[in-house]
Design a protein around this ligand. Sequence first.
Ligand code: PHE
Length: 343
Amino acid sequence: MLNKISALLSEVEEFTADSAQKVEEFRIKLFGKKGELTLLFEEFRQAPGEVKRELGQKINELKSKAQSRINEMKQALESSSAPASTLDASRPGTADSAGTRHPIATVRNEILAVFRQLGFTVAEGPEVEDDWHVFGALNFPPEHPARDMQDTFFIEKREDRENSILLRTHTSSIQVRVMEKSQPPIRIVCPGRVFRNEAISARAHCMFHQVEGLYVDQNVSFADLKQTLLYFARELFGASVEIRLRPSFFPFTEPSAEMDVSCSICGGKGCNICKGTGWLEVGGCGMVDQNVLEACKIDSQKYSGFAFGMGVERIAMLKYQVRDLRLYFENDVRFLRQFTAAV
Ligand code: PHE
């Protein structure tokens, strides 16, 4: 019996297992109903009194060694089958890089926000238009040079000119669409992309953005136009800015003017941004020509209105002092990342 015990003892000491199942099998082999240890204990009961003491000690020693060996193997297998997680909850997170709003969108939003304060609503329209909405209704004479291929991208030229299909050259076409569908009071701002057949350079592009505005109601006067533009300029460029209106010509307004704002960079003293003049040109404006109102079925005896239009890139150039227009369209993220926006 002693031999049997020492044989089992060395078996226990040498026992290793590569799976939980093998550990369990070994446990049953020793501790099961017919296990080696169970049998040993039965044998022990029948052993003669004088050897019992020594035998008892040996069997108990075997039993505790077997138990601890089995536990050891179980633990080793558990920790290796579930490897330590690679998750380190204390590591700082990697920040998501959110994109930034395009500077042209930011400036457009700022312009629209100023006019919203004055009660203007935003109206939009198609980029692919017909001649009537871009030129005809706006009092362009049939042979006006803007109707030439050199200025306008035509998609389809038709014999009956006013049905020709083209890319809009200004967002005044939206104003025509709104006037055709509704009666005064009309107070809208029209943002959008426009297209002109121009050679691309630092100062000109074949595609750019405009915000145009229109106000038609009873008794709208040139003074209203002036005050609206002054309010706009001061909101956008600062409270000390002045505006200047220079006589000009557009087929759809009479009288017409070019609008300048005093240079916010040098305060009007003259710098290289305003080319020493102290003034920056931002857009055109005027009183809506009666012919335009009539073309849109608005009674020109009862109503009058003013309109204005400005280039978003032009204002963005002044605001950010980015002199090359092309940068706005190349979408180089190194350029775009330099702009952050609240609106
Ligand atoms: N539509 C003109 C343009 O594109 C701008 C403008 C709008 C001028 C309204 C006067 C009145 O240049």
